[in-house]
Design a protein around this ligand. Structure first.
Ligand code: SIN
Ligand code: MN
Length: 233
């Protein structure tokens, strides 16, 4: 029966795996997006990139380039350059607004976070075979009550997550194409990063590599017109 098939292909949200011992901490929903949904999302990301091209962000102060390339979708995008980390409504190179957040990503936010407002920002990280991301906190938002939702496409990555101090012990998990991670609750400010990509572990992206989307609520609901956060670091 079609209903039975639907049941079988639905993600088992109850099977979300805690990534820490902390209350309401980070959780992994392995295989959240099936292959068809991954392909639709990858196409949507390509369309978003065509309108708001990937660029190489730079570290605050030093200006050293990140190894990942980035763009954003949504009303606000997270950017980094010599002036610091911040959210802004326009692409730093073209000055154009970011592309809309893909429908599938919005649906994932609604289903997985239960947050009473949509995300305002969706950071798109594009990892080539050598790219990685050092341990960091996502703390340029004002709405820390909202989790950060991560969706992964393409090659598997080694994702490291610790506690709210840089010195906290960390654990590493593999994030495969279609996996979702919620970084929220007591882990909302947990340090996390990508140690490395495992090239050739997915056939989703013909060009290889990995795409990670992180969806964020930046401003508290009802206050969307407030000045944009700039940590200035
Ligand atoms: C991030 O923390 O911005 C990205 C995490 C990931 O690539 O999985
Ligand atoms: Mn992050």
């Amino acid at each position: 029966m079609p209903e039975a098939v639907d049941e079988m292909t639905k993600p088992d949200l109850a099977a979300a795996v805690p990534l820490s011992h902390r209350a309401d901490g980070a959780r992994l929903v392995a295989g959240y997006l099936d292959r068809a949904a991954q392909a639709v999302l990858a196409d949507a990301v390509r369309a978003a990139i065509a309108a708001a091209p990937l660029y190489q962000p730079r570290m605050p102060r030093s200006g050293s380039p990140f190894s990942v390339r980035m763009t954003n979708c949504g009303a606000l995008g997270w950017v980094s350059d010599e002036a610091g980390y911040r959210y802004q409504p326009e692409h730093p190179l073209t000055g154009a607004p970011w592309s809309p957040i893909p429908e599938i990503a919005l649906a994932a936010w609604a289903e997985l976070t239960g947050y009473p407002a949509p995300p305002e920002a969706c950071l798109v990280n594009w990892y080539g075979p050598q790219a990685k991301m050092g341990l960091h906190q996502d703390r340029d938002e004002q709405a820390f009550d909202a989790p950060v939702l991560s969706l992964s496409l393409g090659d598997t990555a080694l994702f490291r997550i610790g506690g709210t101090s840089r010195k906290s012990p960390t654990r590493t998990v593999r994030l495969a194409s279609g996996d979702a991670v919620l970084i929220g609750g007591a882990d909302r400010l947990a340090f996390h990063g990508i140690d490395r990509i495992l090239p050739g572990t997915s056939t989703l992206l013909p060009e290889g590599g990995r795409i990670n989307l992180t969806l964020r609520r930046v401003t508290p609901p009802g206050r969307t017109g407030d000045p944009v956060v700039n940590s200035g670091r």
